[in-house]
Every structure is written in structure tokens, then in C-alpha cells.
Design a protein around this ligand. Structure first.
Ligand code: GBH
Length: 489
């Protein structure tokens, strides 16, 4: 009898503790995310300049799965109040959106400011704040002004200065109210715009060269913005600056391939995170060694990896207040040489595959692997000294429909793994914004892959937004600040 009572107490406290593990800590920020070109439309409205995605969709429509454009998209340029209402109804504390550079500076440079663009973002920011939602602003989410691409785009290191000047305009105009800033979204992906003439904008075929040139410009631009904010704004505005980096978990096919996955991490994440988030700074040594060696073997006199000077290494090191993390999926990794000569893939020397048993989404690259989220969070915490991590994107694609059960499962399972990383492993995760608030223009996949928790009818000129099942579940999670019991096993 006595024994039974003891057992009962142990079981119930164990149960309660397990459930507390699925609650969000005090101060943890919850919300949703979007990006300018994917939702705004108004591509030529009120003085906006042309950007590289306008150019790609207009001049090479065959690159987009459904030959669609972001000309109108969700029409958030006009319907932003609808978006604010959705966020408010969900109980979102934060909204992550990006600013269209060419809407603010039509030609990319700060000599000509488009007041209508400033007005648009002022209206959005003020509406968010009036509704108790804190803005998180991405300075750059892939829509480079065409005029800067005409100068070579990101491989041209002068862009590090132009970006600083653009960011200054944003801090001056919005920094009194915006306190969380992200310099870049996923440079790993947009540097891919310089690796193929069938890929992302600007869709230029200079693999193994244009991408590495881009990484240097982006690192210097990021540091320029961080230091400029410290010098000119931080004392008064008291905001925080981070960068958002994409990574995938790499699970070694067998323990023999642990090195292969480690290399994969350094080539995807380390290229950007090592210079910024480690004590040592600079590109990871494995990246430097392998690109240098391959360049030589390929007959290049100069390495394809443009080096950072020791001044630049010191200047870039430590330029962060938080680590923005986008996370979607995982791969299985092994040794192997793939990719053209030259290319980053070949330099990396790791092949990645997806396990056919992992559940699929509508996106070829995205399978559902919740446990990988916890592993990747731990990898980042360990490698970079447990920085504050803001999960700026996480989400699932399907082909549409309001009964999005698979998206609900994706969110609840991934959030549970994140909460284990927080409560059990001690990873310092401070916020989470779901990708995405609304269905939108999914880059080269156009409108064929849906990521929204609100459905948007793109055939209706008024672009009505309707909650999916996932919006309802996120609403419940945002309001109760825990994973509902029915999703706990
Ligand atoms: C994020 O990238 C982006 O930040 C966001 O804008 C995007 O909407 C979201 O994820 C969902 O993809 O078009 O077939 O060439 C995550 C990584 C980068 C994966 C682009 C898909 C393009 C595939 N994504 N990649 S394709």
C-alpha cells in the first residue's frame, strides 16, 4: 500500500514535469514571418524601383514553376491591415517582415529616397505597435535593387558600403520603433543566385566563384551595419542586431561519416557563422583548406575563396546580439564528390540524401524530421558558445487546403523538439516565428507550394485570407504558451 502511494507520487510529478517541458519560458517571443517580395505586390507602385526578382519573373518567366510573379502576390502593400489583424487574432507577440530595398531606395543608393516607401513601412510598423505586436525587421530578404545588380550585385564588394547606407536610412526612419533587426536572410541561399542560370535571382552562372565573392561582401556588409548602428544609433535606440542563417541537420549515414557531416555544417553554416559567432573568427579552417586546395588543383593561380584580412576578421567577429536560425529539415550525409568544377558542392566533398521514410511535403527538399531540430539547435549552441537563438523561420509546405493536418503535426512536433532543447539541453532559444503567416510567392516554385497558416485566394482580386487548421492551433499555442495536451504522448 505504502509502496503504491510512493509510486503514484513519482508518476504524477514525473508527468507534470514532462508537461512543463512543453511550455514556453517567460519572455519567449512567438509570432509569424513573411518577406517583402513574397507578399507585398505593388511592384511598381508609388515610385518603387525594380529589383532582381522583378527582373527574373518578367524577363525569364520560364524559370518559375507556374510562370507567376510577385507583381501582386498577397497585395500586402495595400492589405497590410489585414495581415496585422491576422497576427492580432492569433495572439502573435512579434511579426517578422522584410523591407523592400527598392521601395525605399528605387535605385539602390541613398541619394534618392522614395517617401511613399517610408510611409508604407511607417503605417505597417505603427499598426503593429498599436496592436501590441513587436516588429522584427529583415533588412535584406533577397530583393536586390536591379541598379545594384547592374554593378555586379553581391560579388561586388562595394555593395558592403551601399548596404550600410541603406540600413542607415532604415535606422533613421524606423529605429525609434523597431528594436529587433536582421541584417540578412539566408545568405547561403541567395549566394546561390550566382551559381546557376536556372536558379534564384539574379540567376548568374558563376559557381564556386560568385558565391564565395558574395559571402565576403555579405560578411563585411553585416559588420558594417552592426558597427554603424553601434556608433550612430544604439545608445539612443537600444535595439538588437542579428543575422538569419539557414541550416539543415546532417545525420551521418554511418558513424564513419561523422566528418562528412561536420564538413557539411562548416560549408553551409560555418561560412557565415564562424566569422561572426566564434572567438577565433574568419572562415572555418576546413573551408579555407579545401577551397584553396581545389582551386590549385583546378589550375587557378589565386584561390577562389577571397580571404578576409586580419583587420576584417577582427572587425566581423562578435557582430551580433542574437543568432537568427531558419530550420526546416534534415539530410543524411556521406563522403562523395559531386557538383561541377568548380563549385561549393565539390569543395565540400559531402553528399546528402533524404531518408525515403521521412514524411514528405510539397517541396522536394523538405521532409519532416522533428528530432533533427533539437540536434541542430544543440550543434549551434555548442559550436558558437550558446548565443541567444531566435528561430526566425520554421514551416511546412503543402498544395493547399484548410484542413492542413500535416502542417499542424509539423508545427507541434518541431516545437516539442525545440522545447526539449530549451528545457532539457539548456539551449538559449528566445523566440520563434512560423513561416509563414500567409500563403505567398514561393520563389521559383511560384504559388504551387503553400507555406501559409492562413490561406490566400490568389484568384480573387481582394486576396481574401482564411485561417487553416494550423492557424487555429498556433493561436491556441500562442495564447496558452504551451503545446496542447492532445499533441503530447
Ligand atoms: C526559406 O528558405 C526562405 O527564407 C523563405 O523565403 C522561403 O519562402 C522558405 O524558406 C520556404 O522555402 O525554388 O526549387 O529552387 C529555406 C530554404 C531555399 C529551400 C530555396 C528551397 C529553393 C528551391 N529554401 N530553395 S527551388
Amino acid at each position: 500500500m505504502k509502496f503504491q502511494t510512493v509510486c503514484f507520487i513519482l508518476v504524477t510529478t514525473g508527468f507534470a514535469a514532462a508537461h512543463d517541458n512543453f511550455a514556453f519560458p517567460d519572455g519567449f517571443l512567438l509570432g509569424a514571418a513573411t518577406a517583402s517580395y513574397q507578399i507585398e505586390g505593388g511592384w511598381d507602385a508609388d515610385g518603387k524601383g525594380v529589383n532582381i526578382w522583378d527582373t527574373l519573373t518578367h524577363e525569364r518567366p520560364f524559370l518559375v514553376a507556374d510562370r507567376s510573379t510577385g507583381d501582386v502576390a498577397d497585395d500586402s502593400y495595400n492589405l497590410y491591415m489585414e495581415d496585422v489583424k491576422l497576427l492580432k487574432n492569433m495572439g502573435a507577440q512579434v511579426y517578422r517582415f522584410s523591407i523592400s530595398w527598392a521601395r525605399i531606395l528605387p535605385e539602390g543608393h541613398d541619394n534618392k529616397i522614395n517617401q511613399a516607401g517610408i510611409d508604407y513601412y511607417n503605417k505597417l510598423i505603427n499598426a503593429l505597435l498599436e496592436n501590441g505586436i513587436e516588429p522584427i525587421v529583415s533588412i535584406y530578404h533577397w530583393d536586390l535593387p536591379q541598379k545594384l545588380q547592374d554593378l555586379g550585385g553581391w560579388p561586388n564588394r562595394e555593395l558592403a558600403i551601399y548596404t550600410e547606407n541603406y540600413a542607415r536610412v532604415l535606422f533613421k526612419n524606423f529605429g525609434d520603433r523597431v528594436k529587433l533587426w536582421i541584417t540578412f536572410n539566408e545568405p547561403l541561399i541567395f549566394m546561390g543566385g550566382y551559381t546557376s542560370d536556372k536558379g534564384m535571382a539574379p540567376s548568374i552562372n558563376t559557381p564556386g566563384i560568385g558565391d564565395y565573392l558574395t559571402s565576403r561582401t555579405v560578411l563585411i556588409a553585416h559588420a558594417n551595419i552592426y558597427h554603424m548602428y553601434e556608433r550612430e544609433f544604439k545608445q539612443q535606440q537600444k535595439g538588437k542586431i542579428g543575422i538569419t542563417l539557414l541550416s539543415f541537420w546532417c545525420e551521418p549515414l554511418t558513424p564513419d561519416y561523422t566528418e562528412a557531416c561536420e564538413r557539411y555544417q562548416q560549408f553551409q553554416l560555418g561560412i557565415y557563422a564562424h566569422p561572426i559567432f566564434t572567438e577565433q573568427g574568419d572562415y572555418p579552417s576546413v573551408v579555407i583548406e579545401r577551397v584553396d586546395a581545389n582551386s590549385k588543383a583546378e589550375g587557378f593561380t589565386t584561390s577562389r575563396l577571397p580571404k578576409l584580412t586580419s583587420e576584417e576578421v577582427n572587425y566581423i567577429k562578435g557582430t551580433y546580439d542574437f543568432f537568427g536560425m531558419n530550420f526546416y529539415t534534415a539530410y543524411v550525409g556521406l563522403n562523395g564528390v559531386v557538383g561541377g568544377i568548380p563549385s561549393r558542392e565539390r569543395d565540400m566533398g559531402t553528399i546528402v540524401l533524404q531518408d525515403p521514410n521521412w514524411p514528405v511535403s510539397a517541396s522536394s527538399w523538405l521532409r519532416v524530421v522533428p528530432w533533427a531540430f533539437r540536434k541542430q539547435l544543440n550543434w549551434i549552441a555548442k559550436e558558437y558558445g550558446n548565443p541567444p537563438i531566435f528561430v526566425t523561420e520554421n514551416g511546412f509546405s503543402d498544395y493547399g487546403g484548410l484542413n492542413d493536418t500535416n502542417r499542424v503535426l509539423y508545427y507541434t512536433e518541431y516545437m516539442k523538439e525545440m522545447l526539449k532543447a530549451i528545457h532539457i539541453d539548456g539551449v538559449n532559444v528566445v523566440g520563434y516565428t512560423a513561416w509563414s503567416l500567409i500563403d505567398n510567392f514561393e520563389w521559383l516554385q511560384g504559388y504551387t507550394e503553400k507555406f501559409g497558416v492562413y490561406e490566400v485566394n490568389f484568384n480573387d482580386p481582394s486576396r481574401p485570407r482564411t485561417p487553416k487548421e494550423s492557424a487555429k492551433v498556433l493561436t491556441e499555442i500562442f495564447n496558452t504558451r504551451k503545446i496542447p495536451d492532445r499533441f503530447l504522448d
